[in-house]
Write a protein that binds this ligand. Structure first.
Ligand code: REL
Ligand code: ZN
Length: 426
């Protein structure tokens, strides 16, 4: 084997980091078959909740007033306030600029011509636009977030699922309401299938949706108030009416996950409605107790946990947990951690502790076009994170070949996820 020179290492790392097709393990995207649920184009980009939050903290308009406006008016105001009256420096603003520029629309920048940009998007066909975005962002497939409790979504799945390209979009069964023990949502959902408000009813409901979606995994945001229950004294679980989120996790979700070999993706650290006036844009972040994950992983060695944490403060501790439990797999730099400075730090730290045994990024895209900037920004940072590691190996005479680098980067961008999902655990 001939080792690569330092210069060649740089070229090869850049080539594979920028071009390897990715698995996007968590998004909020929908295919064109799901009509109004599929968000794409400039107005959806400008009204992304990251930008809305940035806008509302300095514009002299109340959230209540803003949310009464049409999407076009909201987008106009965000554009003027964040892109015309000031430079688009934040990561969310940079994302819009990277996306437009990559799509070849930078000729509209000089005049800050939002309507020109709108006209370009109006000329796109949704189906073809999905193919174009996947090609630009080099996406193998994305995993959606499918919420059965949401009637707007459910209508695209029942009585039979809409037809869409299943090679581009995979499903995930989102169960936040279950972990919250939110019976105001669970009750009507179970009623729709004539099921009792019990553990058994919840299990039947979930099995129904597992059959409908064939999901990759269960996913839930773990509420900051979440607590495991002491189940040792429970003798007649079937008699419990409206069980808590803890009981639902321990007595329904975990056993199902084990029986069906369906991993559970847990997201820790979101504080919903930190400022409720901001609606979707109002969620915050909190440092959480990582020992909950450790306990789950230790007590359920036959259940696979995909995990991501929102607080930067929790990252080092959870990386060590992932280094101890083969049933724990870290994915992505989530939301408030999806900023270049934090991505660089997190990815380097994870590589130093886990090697390539994690999934380096997910986009969390809500708007199809987000795939373009979220992956482009990440890929560029990945080059800078990997280079010093390969250089050090090279300086120490470790032979590095192109296929080594290709293999490592493939793992970070989806291969490790595939391996984790496929492996047998005991
Ligand atoms: O899936 C989640 O819980 C979060 O990623 C979302 O709630 C959040 O709004 C998302 O847009 C963040 O990137
Ligand atoms: Zn998300």
């Amino acid at each position: 084997k001939a080792t690569l020179s330092l210069e060649d290492i740089e070229k090869v790392v850049r080539h594979y980091a920028l071009n390897t097709p990715v698995v996007d393990v968590h998004t909020h995207l929908f295919p064109p078959s799901h009509s109004e649920l599929m968000l794409w184009g400039i107005d959806a980009l400008l009204t992304y909740h990251y930008l809305v939050a940035e806008y509302l903290t300095t514009a002299s308009v109340s959230p209540e007033e803003f949310y009464k406006w049409s999407t076009t008016k909201q987008a106009d105001s965000v554009w003027h306030h964040l892109f015309v009256d000031r430079s688009p420096l934040s990561e969310a603003c940079q994302g819009v600029i990277t996306t437009l520029s990559t799509l070849g629309l930078s000729s509209y920048f000089e005049k800050r011509d939002l309507n020109g940009i709108r006209e370009w998007f109006a000329g796109q066909d949704p189906e073809k636009y999905v193919d174009l975005v996947y090609k630009i962002a080099k996406i193998r497939y994305v995993v959606m977030t499918n919420i059965p409790f949401d009637p707007l979504e459910a209508k695209y799945w029942q009585p039979t699922p809409a037809t869409y390209n299943r090679e581009q979009f995979r499903t995930a069964l989102r169960i936040d309401q279950v972990l919250l023990g939110q019976w105001s949502s669970l009750g009507p959902a179970l009623d729709s299938l004539n099921l009792p408000h019990t553990l058994e009813g919840a299990e039947c409901y979930l099995l129904h949706w597992i059959e409908n979606y064939t999901p990759e995994y269960f996913m839930a945001s773990v509420p900051s108030t979440f607590q495991l229950e002491d189940i040792s004294g429970i003798t007649e679980p079937s008699k419990i009416i409206k069980p808590s989120g803890g009981l639902l996790l321990q007595l329904v979700i975990l056993p199902l996950a084990k029986r069906l070999q369906l991993p559970i993706a847990l997201k820790f650290g979101a504080v919903r409605g930190l400022n409720p006036r901001l609606c979707l844009a109002g969620d915050g972040v909190a440092v959480v107790d990582v020992s909950l994950l450790t306990k789950l992983a230790k007590d359920n060695p036959q259940v696979k946990f995909l995990v991501t944490f929102l607080s930067r403060v929790n990252q080092h501790e959870v990386t060590v947990v992932a280094n101890k439990f083969s049933n724990v797999h870290i994915y992505g730099c989530w939301w408030y951690c999806n900023n270049p400075s934090i991505i660089t730090e997190l990815t380097r730290m994870r590589l130093e502790i886990l090697g390539t045994g994690f999934t380096a990024q997910h986009s969390d895209a809500r708007v199809l076009d987000h795939l373009i900037y979220k992956w482009q920004h990440f890929r560029t940072l990945l080059v800078d994170v990997l280079m010093p590691l390969y250089k050090q190996l090279q300086r120490n005479h470790w032979v590095i070949t192109e296929s080594d680098i290709k293999r490592d980067i493939e793992r970070l961008l989806g291969g490790s996820y595939d391996e984790f999902m496929a492996k047998k655990i005991t």
